[in-house]
Unconditional design. Structure first.
Length: 331
């Protein structure tokens, strides 16, 4: 068996716990440290023989590792990720890239300066259906792109119950509908269409849920591309049914993609459907890509340069919502 990569986990609750569970199942990695401010989360890890810490600086100082998986509230990312990169670790961090464009810029620069891999979670790009769509698009299945439609909807019970935690505070999360929920679909739209020139964003009036929160709970974005193509993206986490879907319309045909299936239609309107329902939502392919990139030195599609472009779209979207007009992307 090849040499095991030593990995530390920073942020072990929620989605961080899911990442950690995947790591512990693999035979090609060794979890050599875990960090969280919640001692109850760390207790079973310590009992399993994993060194635990409540301060990431102590973890990075005392534990030798090649990689870090980081899953934290958005406002904490820049400090932790930059520290891990400068300690010589390759980093896979949960989306979004950052709370602000400045924070994203600082992490991108740290990755450049250290030569370490910084990959931002965008698991949908590793689902077989969305990857198949990218291959078909690259092969000319749609011809010249005209319109892209993206949607992400689901029901987040915690928000409906008023249990927002840090996500309900704009100062800590930076928002939710666009920057957090929307990341999943904007990451895909950017992957397929590239960076737009201008973004318009509409967040709706008032708050849809009772309780105290000052973040966006639904959004519609319009993206304009230099090619003349346009895209609309709808994001909402307080509605049913759940859906994550991208539809690409071109002169030669269209692709309608979800995690479970892909419908390809030609210019003649004849449709072909491919099924991808088995294992479509697993986090494992994303982790596979990260670890393979660390071993080979190849940069995956969700590395920091592409993630930074998605953060630019999000930054322009929030500026547009405030100004009431289309906004160009900030460099």
């Amino acid at each position: 068996m090849r040499e095991r990569l030593r990995v530390v986990q920073v942020g072990c609750g929620g989605i961080g716990g899911a990442h950690l569970a995947l790591l512990r199942e693999r035979e090609d990695v060794q979890v050599v440290g875990a960090c969280d401010i919640d001692a109850t989360v760390l207790a079973p890890l310590g009992e399993a023989g994993i060194p635990t810490f409540t301060d990431h600086r102590a973890l990075l100082r005392e534990v030798e590792a090649e990689c870090a998986i980081v899953s934290l509230p958005h406002y904490l990312y820049a400090d932790v990720v930059n520290s891990a990169l400068r300690a010589g670790l390759h980093v896979l961090k949960e989306k979004p890239f950052a709370r602000t464009l400045d924070d994203a810029r600082s992490m991108r620069e740290a990755a450049r300066e250290t030569g370490r891999l910084l990959m931002v979670a965008g698991q949908a790009k590793h689902y077989p259906s969305f990857r198949r769509a990218r291959a078909l698009l690259d092969a000319g299945a749609c011809g010249k792109l005209l319109v892209c439609r993206g949607v992400i909807t689901y029901f987040w019970g915690a928000a409906a119950a008023g249990a927002w935690s840090w996500r309900g505070e704009h100062a800590k999360s930076g928002g939710v509908a666009v920057i957090d929920s929307g990341w999943h679909i904007l990451d895909l739209v950017h992957w397929y269409c590239g960076a737009p020139t201008r973004v318009s964003c509409f967040l709706g009036r008032g708050r849809a849920l009772p309780g105290e929160y000052d973040v966006d709970d639904r959004a519609v974005l319009i993206l304009e591309f230099e090619s003349g193509a346009v895209a609309d993206v709808t994001c909402c986490f307080i509605t049913q049914p759940g859906n994550r879907q991208v539809v690409l319309h071109g002169l030669e045909g269209s692709l309608d993609v979800t995690a479970e299936r892909l419908i390809r239609s030609g210019a003649d309107g004849v449709a072909q459907t491919e099924d991808f329902s088995e294992g479509s939502h697993s986090l494992a392919p994303q982790l596979d890509a990260f670890l393979a990139a660390v071993r080979s030195g190849e940069v995956p599609s969700s590395a920091s340069e592409e993630a930074y472009q998605v953060q630019r779209i999000i930054d322009a979207a929030y500026r547009s919502a405030r100004s009431g007009r289309a906004e160009e992307l900030t460099p």
